[in-house]
Design a protein around this ligand. Sequence first.
Ligand SMILES: Nc1ncnc2c1ncn2[C@@H]1O[C@H](COP(=O)(O)OP(=O)(O)O)[C@@H](O)[C@H]1O
Ligand SMILES: [Mg+2]
Length: 463
Amino acid sequence: MPVSLKLLKTSTFRLAAVYLVVFLLSVGAILGYVYWSTVALLEQQTENTIEAEVQGFAEQYRQRGLNGILDTVRRRSRAEEDSVYLLANQIGRRLAGNLASLPQQAAGNTPGWIEFPYEVDSPRGIRHHQAKAFYTVLEGNFRLVVGRDVEERRKFARIIRGTLFWAIALTLVLGVGGGLLMSRNFLRRIEQINASSRVIMAGNFAERMPMSGADDELDRLSTALNEMLDQIERLMKGMREVSSNVAHDLKTPLTRMRARLEDALRGNGNDHRDALQDTIAEADQLLNTFNALLSIARAEAGQAREGFSQMDLCEMVRDIAELYEPTVEEQGGEFDIAVCDGVDVFADRQLMAQAMTNLLDNAVKYGRDSEQGSIKVAVSVEATDKEIHIVVADHGPGIPEADRERVKERFVRLDESRSEQGSGLGLSLVAGVMKLHNGRFELEDNEPGLKARLVLPRPAQDS
Ligand SMILES: Nc1ncnc2c1ncn2[C@@H]1O[C@H](COP(=O)(O)OP(=O)(O)O)[C@@H](O)[C@H]1O
Ligand SMILES: [Mg+2]
């Protein structure tokens, strides 16, 4: 499509065109009205004065007869510059006045308004002017024409009409030109956005939409698109990492499993049973990992709300904590439970319980004081008007500030924890579950140790 046609099809140009038409119509209507009413007013004024004059003449004639009116016509013909007068007899012969002869239009016996051209003696020669007059027939069949020279007025009206025309023509030219200019600007920027989109579609995900710096609606659109692209890029990077991590982390147990089975196949018959049992245990472990991955994915997608129900959060936390109490106390550790009573929330019971279990698992696994070797775990639930805080704290080595966000990602385990069993999915699931519940998951320093804090929003109580 040629560029000029494209310009005409832009929404900017259409908008400009519509605006222009509306503008022209209103300007035309206003100027037209002013013109029409001015002309009509002047016309009216002329007619009024002529009518008054005609009445004056008729009066003269009635009171002073022919001589009286002849006098006045002569006097006024000399004195008034813009006026035309003529008094003629029955057969149209001029008796007095500044008109050379009775105009053609003044014929018959019916009085009325007439317009006619006449000649004016001016210092620059004879001029043809237009006059408007009232023609009337007096008693005795004398014909009287009283009028005004309307040449000036005609000229004035012509000038106004010309101005009107040129004003509208100029507006039209400027409007169309401006519209085209604006559309070209707009089209150029849209083309830039299109070009960037094509670059991105071709696979260059680092490309971003151009910004003009004007902070207008197109810049805001670009900003929104860029934010979207950032988000997509982040998600894609995360997905790539997750899939490579999944592949990597499942490879080890599968290789181990294969080696064990191979061993059993080569070795003597008695080992078969043990090997199979080990393999089943390993397979269970793999299934657990897969389940955890699926749960995280579902929770993160925010589509697992069908599991939500009204539940007593305090009771759930206490139940799970009490499961861990014996383990800790058997090892000579301390276990502190400070849990609220009867706080109802709308949540997924199973996922919340899994999150609690993961945190307590970690506390028991990693929460051992490195010097004394003892465990000290504290679980608490506190409810305020707006939020519920669940805290699991231990006195272990804790997690360095720099790693606190990283450990929430899938498969991330800190080096010093490699001696313990685990898949690195525990905290990811907690994070996913909190996201699903519109809550927050924060890791803090317990000085010493780790303090894991789950914050759930509390819907406004309507009471
Ligand atoms: N209470 C804790 N104290 C110290 N480090 C912890 C604690 N909880 C988690 N971590 C660290 O965070 C990592 C990720 O935890 P998690 O996602 O539960 O995986 P896993 O328990 O399978 O290792 C752990 O490997 C560990 O290094
Ligand atoms: Mg864990």
